[in-house]
Ligand binder design. Structure first.
Ligand SMILES: [Fe+2]
Ligand SMILES: [Fe+2]
Length: 203
């Protein structure tokens, strides 16, 4: 996993500022999920509350909020500048969001099964699908940070306020705006420190 550092923000960074901030929050959860995978591979149990928080973050923050901000805010703004949906980076990102949704559904099912049966089979499925998800989203974020957002910042020059309004309105609808996002950021910090504690207490 790369967990790439953020590229320097451009002068037109306002267009993508909130999306880049989301990526920072998501990267913390990817790190925590990676630590969970390591513990599960060592045969350790992860408390159900932590597994359920991971599913909640993936479902409600990454998919319902962050991907919607891109799909309903950024991508239409780029299409309005003449960028095609098909055979373009937008089409690739949409397919990757769809793939992320499918893997997230598998994680949710595996976590629900494991909380019920504590079986080796459900544990292996959590490991398998969480690994797939972490790798997929890590690569996806890297492409957006280093390619899509650079294009967006260039193409949407002069339209920063309009795009920001569209992205913010999706965030308000999905998680209640900046306050809701702050809550998810706190959850991500707590998730990361809980898993780190779990790792050190299990040593
Ligand atoms: Fe995306
Ligand atoms: Fe993104």
């Amino acid at each position: 996993m790369s967990f790439f550092p953020q590229p320097p923000s451009s002068t037109a960074g306002q267009v993508t500022a909130s999306l880049r901030q989301d990526h920072d929050i998501i990267k913390k959860v990817l790190k925590a999920t990676d630590a969970c995978i390591k513990l599960l591979k060592e045969g350790k149990e992860i408390p159900p509350a932590i597994l359920l928080d991971t599913v909640d973050f993936i479902t409600n923050f990454i998919d319902r909020c962050h991907h919607a901000k891109e799909e309903q805010g950024l991508f239409p703004a780029l299409e309005a500048t003449g960028m095609p949906r098909e055979n373009s980076v937008i089409g690739t990102m949409l397919r990757e969001h769809e793939e992320a949704r499918k893997i997230a559904e598998h994680i949710k099912n595996a976590v629900e099964s494991h909380i019920q049966d504590k079986s080796e089979e459900s544990r292996s499925k959590i490991i398998q699908y969480c690994e797939a998800y972490v790798n997929h989203i890590d690569r996806h974020i890297l492409k957006e940070d280093t390619r899509l957002f650079i294009i967006a910042e260039r193409r949407l020059k002069g339209k920063e306020n309009d795009v920001k309004k569209m992205v913010d309105s999706v965030e308000i609808e999905k998680v209640g705006g900046a306050e809701g996002r702050k809550q998810y950021e706190e959850n991500a910090d707590r998730f990361l420190s809980s898993v780190r504690q779990l790792g050190s207490s299990n040593n």
